[in-house]
Design a protein around this ligand. Structure first.
Ligand SMILES: CC(C)(COP(=O)(O)OP(=O)(O)OC[C@H]1O[C@@H](n2cnc3c(N)ncnc32)[C@H](O)[C@@H]1OP(=O)(O)O)[C@@H](O)C(=O)NCCC(=O)NCCS
Length: 160
């Protein structure tokens, strides 16, 4: 399968909103704040048939960039890697110095994935999901592999 990566356009926005809603609301929570990912820039992965098979959204603030959402709809086929590579390539041509993101303690696939792609753990925000649930009650108590969702893990990568 060939995967093409392109920036999100206005025509993609309804689909982006559906992807975000699949996680329980129109917004995601990161470090105790609501982030409306549909309003952000990002990249879309499409397959040979033009089907959208992956999404990455990001937010640049000063010299830092947060990956706000990352979804691959056919896991283990290289989509996530290509999306990460696209944002790193873009940021390497900018003045952004730090790329960071939040995942949760249950997301062991993501924790492996990010570490193998050059990210390191910058912080573990213990019990941060309690506050997140106040803003987004739809966040389940139990996550991947039956693991209680409790902590935010902050990953980072230095750029430039
Ligand atoms: C985490 C996530 C984004 C990773 O994306 P992905 O597209 O599955 O990742 P990739 O396919 O690029 O890489 C995953 C593994 O598949 C392997 N892989 C890639 N292409 C492959 C292929 N053609 N055949 C077999 N294996 C392959 C990679 O080697 C990689 O293994 P590694 O991490 O041990 O090196 C994805 O699992 C996902 O969407 N998860 C649900 C949403 C989520 O949790 N997002 C992150 C929130 S912070």
């Amino acid at each position: 399968m060939n995967i093409a990566i392109s920036p999100i356009t206005e025509a993609d926005k309804e689909w982006v909103l559906q992807v975000v809603r699949n996680w329980g609301a129109d917004f995601v929570i990161s470090r105790g704040r609501k982030v409306f990912a549909v309003e952000l820039d990002g990249f879309i992965a499409t397959d040979d048939n033009g089907e959208r098979v992956g999404l990455l959204t990001y937010e640049v603030t000063g010299d830092q960039c947060e990956i706000v959402t990352l979804d691959a709809f056919n896991k283990w086929s290289g989509i996530g890697t290509k999306l990460i590579q696209a944002i790193i390539d873009m940021l390497n041509r900018s003045s952004v110095k730090r790329l960071w993101l939040i995942t949760t303690n249950d997301n062991t696939d993501a924790i492996r994935f990010y570490q193998k792609r050059g990210f390191t753990i910058a912080a573990v925000h213990v019990n941060a999901m309690e506050k997140s649930r106040e803003l987004k009650p739809s966040i389940p108590l139990i996550g991947f592999y039956g693991i209680p969702i409790r902590d935010e893990i902050e990953f980072e990568m230095s750029l430039g």
